[in-house]
Design a protein around this ligand. Structure first.
Ligand code: URA
Ligand code: URA
Length: 273
């Protein structure tokens, strides 16, 4: 079994490796992603391609990469797959069949339902939260509780109907007591979300709150710093903003969220065909 110290060390090394790769990418060093990819001995992963214009190589592992707990060294056969989101023709049903009656992380133990991504599978706009709460766990649908009702209003405020957009979470099982999912739990679940994103190709993803943003985008900065600025996530435009549950606790922050969502609306208006 891994100790907490092992896991902490592993995460710190993982971050170092990521920073290293993104540093080289920032410098414009070609093949930085390839470099990381080439350290993968087994191409067990399933390539999902997105756009022809992307320069990085995108591979999303069908099975999430995890550190081996059986080998001598903790990192011996841990090769996080580089991620790029390319177009795929997978259906949600195929992706969900792979998820199955998932027991990949401890969150399965106390869930009632796995909460899959919901909504329009041709959506231009997607919203991603962190994990289901009690209402979502009971109804097997994302964002149906109080935060979800506020999210519906936010969606309508920028001129969309809820049914027109796609709504999901980085993690699909409810964490006990609604604690934030750990980075390890997020790593286990995220590949399935990425496969859905590759299948739908939304033009913009709005990521909701700090935990979801960090778990989706692998960035260290906080939501307060990053919100309102479009991020490029392997070819997909991502707008980080506050989580609706946070807005329920501090309604004064709705103003900032509105500013962020107006940028999304304006972008989608300008690119509408
Ligand atoms: N909060 C989330 O992050 N996701 C949901 O689905 C509901 C509440
Ligand atoms: N902290 C969070 O976790 N989420 C927010 O949206 C804002 C602050």
């Amino acid at each position: 079994m891994q100790s907490e110290a092992d896991i902490a060390e592993f995460l710190s090394l993982l971050n170092d490796a990521r920073e290293h790769v993104s540093y080289f990418k920032e410098l414009g060093v070609e093949g930085a992603a390839k470099l990381a990819q080439n350290t993968s001995p087994e191409p067990q992963s399933q390539p999902i391609s997105r756009s022809e214009t992307s320069t990085t190589t995108v591979v999303i592992s069908a099975e999430p990469a995890v550190p081996s707990s059986t080998s001598g060294g903790l990192f011996d056969d841990f090769n996080p797959p580089p991620i790029k989101i390319q177009r795929s023709s997978e259906t949600f049903e195929e992706i969900w069949a792979d998820i199955g009656n998932c027991t990949r992380c401890p969150l399965y133990e106390r869930r009632t339902h796995i909460v899959h991504t919901d909504g329009n599978r041709n959506a231009r706009l997607m919203f991603v939260g962190e994990a289901p709460g009690a209402d979502e766990d009971a109804q097997a649908r994302p964002f149906v509780g109080r935060a979800g009702q506020l999210l519906t209003k936010i969606i309508e405020a920028i001129g969309f109907k809820r049914e027109e957009v796609l709504i999901g979470n980085v993690n699909r099982c409810r964490p006990p007591g609604n604690r934030p999912p750990t980075p390890e739990e997020a790593l286990m679940c995220k590949p399935f979300l990425l496969r859905e994103i590759a299948a739908v190709q939304p033009e913009v993803i709005v990521v909701l709150g700090n935990t979801a943003m960090r778990n989706l985008l692998d960035i260290k900065q906080g939501i307060t710093k990053v919100r309102g600025q479009f991020q490029d996530y392997h070819g997909v435009k991502v707008m980080p903003t506050f989580h609706p549950a946070y807005l329920l606790r501090d309604p004064s922050k709705k103003k900032e969220t509105w500013e962020d969502l107006k940028k999304v609306r304006d972008y989608l208006d300008a690119t509408r065909k």
